[in-house]
Write a protein that binds this ligand. Structure first.
Ligand SMILES: [Zn+2]
Ligand SMILES: [Zn+2]
Length: 279
């Protein structure tokens, strides 16, 4: 268990590498599966029917490495310096009880979603967009490697959620690690470029509030709307959920449905042909 508050200066030195290493691991697994091993078989799930260039992957990974350093420095400022005394970070799980420890995780996601939505909208102000956010939008057809591909100034703003959480919510190292892990998984999923959700999720009374890879992919492709991270709450409240989101979902799922149909048909034809074989 990583209790960051007891890290020595030497251990803090490795935190950028830990953050970047986790990013590489969480990106490499879906990348190897979808973009290499099952590239052809899973093409029907690909939201945009073409692939980014190797130079896109390189740019995304390079800026993600820089972002990892910035995330580490911001975390170090909060937990590795005397500022630690002003945070509500605690290490004794019994101090607030296990119910709070469990509840604090979804709370961090809700807070982060609100923070991300408004920061993201700010990034789309024409002046900030050109100078800062444009770099992230160079990935018009994003891959998992785009998860942390931010301009350094945007990376600082992205990391702003860390002090916001640590200075306002009592967080145990377990909840903090759960939060950063879920944040990474959602970032990778948002930029995955493949549809994984069932169609029903988009109309389910609870599921419709969850953000999806299709939503964020549309944001990258069309540049406006769908600003949320984990949820569609703020996009729905402020009318920024793209009108064509459901059209894209329908289009994706009719292709998935057709592909599945043709696979089962081919399978049935094969077994029929097999049963007709005489020896
Ligand atoms: Zn954007
Ligand atoms: Zn993005």
């Amino acid at each position: 268990m990583f209790d960051l508050t007891h890290f020595s200066p030497a251990q803090w030195f490795f935190v950028p590498a830990i953050i970047f290493g986790r990013y590489v691991l969480y990106c490499a697994l879906p990348f190897l599966f979808f973009y290499a091993w099952k590239r052809r078989e899973q093409l029907y799930r690909k939201i945009q029917q073409h692939f980014p260039k190797p130079s896109d992957y390189q740019r995304e990974t390079l800026y993600s490495a820089l972002t990892s350093v910035i995330f580490a420095v911001v975390t170090w400022c909060c937990l590795g310096t005397p500022l630690r005394a002003y945070t509500l970070f605690y290490t004794d799980a019994n101090q607030y009880g296990w119910w709070w420890l469990a509840l604090s995780v979804p709370l961090t996601l809700l807070l982060h979603d609100a923070y991300f939505y408004w920061m993201h909208r700010l990034m789309h102000h024409p002046r900030l967009y050109r100078r800062i956010h444009l770099l992230h939008h160079k990935s018009v057809n994003p891959s998992p490697w785009a998860a942390y591909a931010f301009h350094p100034a945007e990376a600082v703003l992205e990391a702003g959620i860390v002090p916001l959480l640590l200075f306002t919510l009592p967080l145990h190292p377990l909840s903090f690690w759960a939060f950063v892990t879920l944040m990474l998984i959602f970032n990778v999923y948002g930029h995955l470029g493949y549809e994984l959700f069932p169609k029903k999720m988009y109309t389910h009374p609870l599921g419709r509030w969850l953000n999806s890879s299709v939503h964020h992919n549309l944001h990258h492709e069309k540049f406006h709307g769908n600003y949320g991270l984990y949820f569609t709450i703020w996009d729905r409240l402020y009318g920024t959920l793209r009108d064509d989101s459901m059209k894209k979902v329908e289009e994706m799922h009719s292709r998935i449905h057709a592909q599945k149909g043709s696979i089962s048909q081919t399978g049935a034809e094969r077994s029929k042909a097999g049963s007709q074989l005489t020896f």
